[in-house]
Write a protein that binds this ligand. Structure first.
Ligand SMILES: [Ca+2]
Ligand SMILES: [Ca+2]
Ligand SMILES: [Ca+2]
Length: 374
């Protein structure tokens, strides 16, 4: 029997959904990827090595995007490499120590965080930023040089530190320093002061980092500026997550953001199909998050009395008309769930009456969940 075990393990691994990786990034210099050149003020989407640049920003800056975060609502946070009026010619200038919010439907830029009035010393720029959860969550930022915020209740921060801020009011300077989200001096190993983290986000319970220079971190690995490196706090250790630029060493991942969480389907209902006798029509309301790019349908058995959830995926794609699918039910009493997803994760399966999340299904459409967005 022992000889069967490796085979079963191999089958188990083969049965898992393929690990996909989708995120947005900006290069620091014009960068050729798969036959196209992407510019430092473009937001590029990377779907497991397939690149495209959706028209995200109206009148984008003509300087590098230095930090980037995709919000649940479809808005974007970004910062700029050099002082810039946005939209171009509009006369409203943004500084490299600001975090700018862009609202795509309205095409409006505004200040999300204003570094000057907050008290960031002149000469310190924000070179990475993300929200630690949904659109109301704490803001995490990194600076490009050592930055002393002891006078604001903070500390002296290194260029590879990530500093967490909490909003205290509606004004762009109404924030307070919570502390370090990531401490580059106490990670194992520490990141040298001469290395700068120039892009960051959270993904799958890990902190994702991009470096400005080739960085040697044990176990002896050299991470290039065009790579996304993870920091796993529980193991703890660094590792390579993705290398979108291949062997290129002249460009760096200057800003990046994973897709927002898929969120939760607010409501759904099940009707007899008007097309095929015996089939069911499942209709639902879209998730509020732009991180919902597709939907999966799960079917489970209703037991009397109620025992445990038993749902498994029966359809992992919302074909044809959006937010409705025809399915052929299995025999017996069944229940159905619709789950939002994107290439990275599934969202919520809804909650029990206790408020606890329903469990993930068997043979899920995606291997993991992300609860960042409502
Ligand atoms: Ca940056
Ligand atoms: Ca930095
Ligand atoms: Ca459909």
């Amino acid at each position: 029997m022992k000889r069967l075990i490796p085979l079963l393990v191999a089958l188990g691994i083969a049965g898992l959904p393929a690990l996909a990786s989708s995120y947005y990034f900006s290069p620091d210099v014009p960068t050729d990827l798969a036959g196209n050149t992407y510019l430092p003020w473009q937001i590029v989407r990377n779907d497991s090595g397939t690149f495209n640049a959706p028209a995200v920003l109206a009148q984008p800056p003509v300087t590098a995007i230095d930090s980037l975060h995709a919000m649940c609502s479809g808005k974007w946070l970004l910062s700029v490499e050099a002082p810039m009026d946005l939209p171009l010619g509009g006369g409203v200038y943004y500084e490299p120590w600001d975090v700018i919010e862009f609202d795509p439907p309205a095409g409006i830029y505004s200040l999300f965080f204003c570094g000057g009035p907050f008290g960031i010393p002149p000469g310190s720029d924000i070179d990475a930023a993300f929200l630690r959860g949904d659109d109301t969550a704490d803001l995490v930022i990194s600076f490009d040089v050592p930055t002393d915020l002891t006078g604001l209740g903070g500390a002296l921060y290194q260029p590879s530190d990530l500093v967490q801020l909490q909003r205290t009011g509606a004004a762009c300077n109404s924030w307070t320093i919570v502390g370090l989200f990531f401490d580059s001096t106490t990670s194992v190993p520490p990141i040298p002061d001469t290395t700068n983290v120039t892009g960051s986000d959270r993904h799958g319970g890990r902190t994702m980092l991009g470096f400005d220079v080739a960085s040697d971190l044990p176990p002896p690995t050299t991470y290039l500026p065009g790579q996304v490196v993870f920091w796993a706090p529980l193991i703890p250790g660094f590792g390579l997550y993705d290398a979108p630029y291949g062997a290129q060493t002249t460009s760096r991942i200057d800003a990046f953001s994973f897709l927002p969480g898929p969120g939760e389907v607010p409501s759904m209902h099940v009707d007899k199909s008007s097309i095929t006798a015996g089939d069911l029509t499942i209709t639902w309301i879209a998730s509020l998050s732009v991180g919902a790019e597709d939907y999966g349908i799960y079917e489970g058995t209703v037991s009397q009395p109620w025992g445990a959830y038993s749902h498994g995926a029966i359809d992992c794609h919302d074909d044809g008309t959006k937010f409705t699918e025809e399915i052929t039910p299995a025999a017996g009493n069944r229940y159905y769930l619709v789950v939002a997803m994107n290439p990275n994760h599934e969202g919520s399966y809804g909650r029990r009456s206790s408020g606890a999340e329903r469990p993930m299904g068997s043979s899920p459409c995606k291997p993991s969940q992300d609860f960042d967005c409502p």
